[in-house]
Design a protein around this ligand. Structure first.
Ligand code: DNO
Length: 389
């Protein structure tokens, strides 16, 4: 097989166990030391403890998702210089423990954003969804972000008002929880006061400035990663456009080009996420692989279905707007040509069958992801047999 098949594992508290992941046919997991505060050093000791738990279960750990970048680094204030030094130390430590790929992102404050984490599909399974009118209603009427109305058209605001009127108190509460869920794998959410205060700290940071901060960070850390044989993989913005007035700078082909060109190095690469990039119609997923394939160090495969109103939901892995056949073929062509095997994971999965009765991290149910992986694995085998042997 060309792809190194992995699944994300959130650590010992994850309801999906290492044994479940092994049975899904994966050779490894991708994980992170979620208990270490953002900005602090990952010590060799902590990395090795986690590594030995994974290896004892018969799996490998080569990819970190994520070694988080602190808000201070993104804003270049407070302790950012110390955090960058700590990041370098963590890179040296993870390399010393034999890890190979470090995923990270540069999204301000929030990582992904969804309005609904239990959107019922026709077959009764549940998916993650982003509904634009609900999101705008959240921004304007629940969060009440000062100046938010300037970001929307009159029609968008009217639609959001109508949508807000349909919401019960319980639905408003759920919308608020979903929107401020923050980080995948975390159950903590921001309070409105916290998020409004955090948003204020970005008042003077536009996209151009945030890009400068990203490039400065990369100038500092990429040479260290390169020297110790690690590959950095930036995850694109999810969804790939600005939200809550915050700039987002890893959304388009131009963004990818800028960040790869700023520090040309084999260590400066991408986490190619079809679910995130694919939400924009102007992102041609196959041509991104053709252009930047050598810099793709980690792959997330999933598909979304968008509509004209700007909503999207997470579809089956082989359905939705992503042409997964074409994407897979282009990825395998790169691996075939380079004689490499790039780690991949089925990104997210529906809540289905027993998942529906269990508490799982949104997007990270065991059976839903297993279904996605099984389909992707079959697609891969078919393409390899027909095109590359
Ligand atoms: C969502 C994930 C992202 C990803 C980070 C990487 O499910 O794909 O949260 O892990 O953005 O830093």
């Amino acid at each position: 097989m060309y792809m190194q098949q992995t699944m994300r594992w959130f650590g010992p508290k994850d309801p999906v166990s290492l044994s479940d992941i092994l049975q899904s046919g994966c050779t490894g997991v991708v994980t992170a030391l979620h208990h270490i505060p953002v900005g602090a050093v990952w010590t060799i000791e902590e990395i090795n403890i986690r590594k030995s738990i994974i290896e004892a279960a018969g799996l490998e750990w080569k990819v970190i998702e994520s070694l988080p970048v602190s808000e201070d680094i993104k804003k270049q204030n407070g302790d950012y210089l110390q955090h960058i030094e700590n990041y370098k130390t963590s890179l040296r430590n993870v390399a010393a423990c034999g890890l190979e790929v470090v995923t990270y992102n540069f999204m301000p404050i929030l990582d992904w954003m969804r309005t609904d984490i239990a959107f019922t599909l026709k077959d009764g399974s549940k998916a993650l969804r982003f509904e634009k009118a609900a999101f705008i209603a959240f921004d304007l009427f629940i969060l009440q972000r000062p100046g938010a109305e300037k970001d929307y058209t009159r029609i968008e605001i009217e639609t959001a008002i109508q949508r807000f009127e349909t919401l019960t108190e319980a639905e408003k509460e759920t919308l608020y929880t979903n929107a401020l869920l923050g980080l995948p794998g975390s159950e903590e959410r921001f309070t409105p006061e916290q998020i409004l205060a955090a948003l204020k700290t970005y008042a003077t940071i536009d996209a151009a400035k945030l890009k400068q901060h990203l490039f400065y960070f990369l100038q500092e850390v990429v040479p260290v990663a390169e020297a110790c044989g690690l590959k950095m993989a930036i995850h694109p913005d999810d969804p790939p456009y600005p939200l809550l007035g915050l700039p987002r700078i890893v959304s388009t082909v131009k963004d990818l080009e800028d960040l790869l060109n700023c520090i040309p190095s084999p260590a400066n690469g991408l986490c190619y996420c079809t679910g995130s990039l694919g939400v924009r119609e102007d992102n041609n997923l196959v041509s991104i692989i053709e252009r930047f394939g050598n810099q793709i160090h980690f792959i997330h495969l999933r598909s979304t279905r968008r509509d004209a109103a700007g909503n999207f939901y997470e579809a089956d892995h082989l359905d939705g707007d992503v042409d997964m056949y074409a994407v897979m073929k282009a990825l395998l062509a790169v691996m075939h040509h380079n004689k490499t095997s790039v780690p991949v994971r089925p990104d997210h999965g529906h809540q289905m069958l027993d998942d529906l009765h269990k508490k799982t991290y949104p997007g990270y149910s065991g059976i839903g992801r297993l279904k996605g992986l099984a389909e992707l694995r079959g697609l891969e085998l078919g393409i390899i047999k027909s095109c590359f042997t």
